[in-house]
Design a protein around this ligand. Structure first.
Ligand SMILES: [Zn+2]
Length: 256
């Protein structure tokens, strides 16, 4: 596989989904052999369930928090972090992730839009409360935590099913796509939201569009100019021209 000549692009947007974290073991608690089945996960990821059974929701997301904290970034995360570090000053990488596991930041990526929030933060469930979202590694299994300011239940700072993407994140994603000349979606189906809308937006902006995903597309995805089937942790380091391995000597900065 030929790597992408990154030096040709200025506005690089990468969207990552669950497939990027699969090699970190993030999905091992799912599926038929997992601790929860997909229907249960969907139920515990719904804002309606949080309103009626907040402790059940917290038990699940506390476990997800612990699993994410115990996992480590893999070669896909590292390749994206390394890419950001070797860009010229006139180039910009915006990493938009649907993953809530925080692994891109832990790998060293700085310009990350956590589109669906982060399992490592909590916030107040009362929208009118002034409490800021805060880093939280606590596990809540016996009691729903209460906001120190207003007493309302605290909640994981993730976007539940049935909720809107926070407007500031949506704006930041749209702005990056407006200025995009290279769009890569990795570890996510190209045909479902938000990837399908993002790739169309990127195409409208004149970008080269690339999909990296393990699963075959049923009906193809005409908005993607290139589709690479395979594991993100294997293909991204190749495509981005980085080994993604720890301990690799730093690459010298590219000259225009
Ligand atoms: Zn509050």
């Amino acid at each position: 596989m030929e790597s992408i000549d990154i030096g040709k692009y200025r506005g690089i947007v990468v969207l990552t989904g669950a497939g990027v974290s699969a090699a970190s073991g993030i999905r091992t608690f799912r599926g038929k052999d997992g601790l929860w089945n997909d229907a249960t996960i969907a139920r515990l990821s719904d804002i309606g369930t949080f309103r009626t059974e907040p402790l059940e929701v917290w038990k699940f997301w506390s476990a997800a928090r612990a699993i994410s904290a115990a996992a480590g970034p893999n070669a896909a995360h590292r390749a994206l972090a390394a890419l950001e570090k070797r860009l010229r000053p006139d180039q910009r990488l915006t990493l938009i992730t649907q993953n809530v596991d925080g692994l891109h930041r832990r790998a060293g990526s700085a310009n990350v839009i956590e589109y669906h929030g982060s399992v490592h933060r909590s916030r107040c469930s009362n929208g009118r409360c002034g409490l800021e979202s805060f880093a939280d590694s606590a596990v809540y299994e016996t009691e729903v935590p209460a906001c120190p300011l207003c007493g309302s239940p605290l909640r994981p700072d993730i976007v539940f099913f049935g909720e809107m993407i926070p407007p500031d994140l949506e704006r930041a994603a749209r702005a990056a796509l407006d200025a995009c000349d290279l769009f890569i979606a990795a570890g996510t189906s190209g045909t479902v939201h938000p990837a399908n809308g993002f790739v169309r937006h990127a195409r409208d902006a004149g970008a080269r569009t690339v999909l990296v995903n393990l699963e075959e597309l049923e009906d193809g995805s005409p908005q993607f100019m290139e589709i690479h089937r395979g594991k993100a942790e294997e293909l991204l380091p190749l495509l981005l021209g980085a080994s993604g391995q720890e301990g690799r000597p730093p690459t010298s900065p590219r000259r225009p």
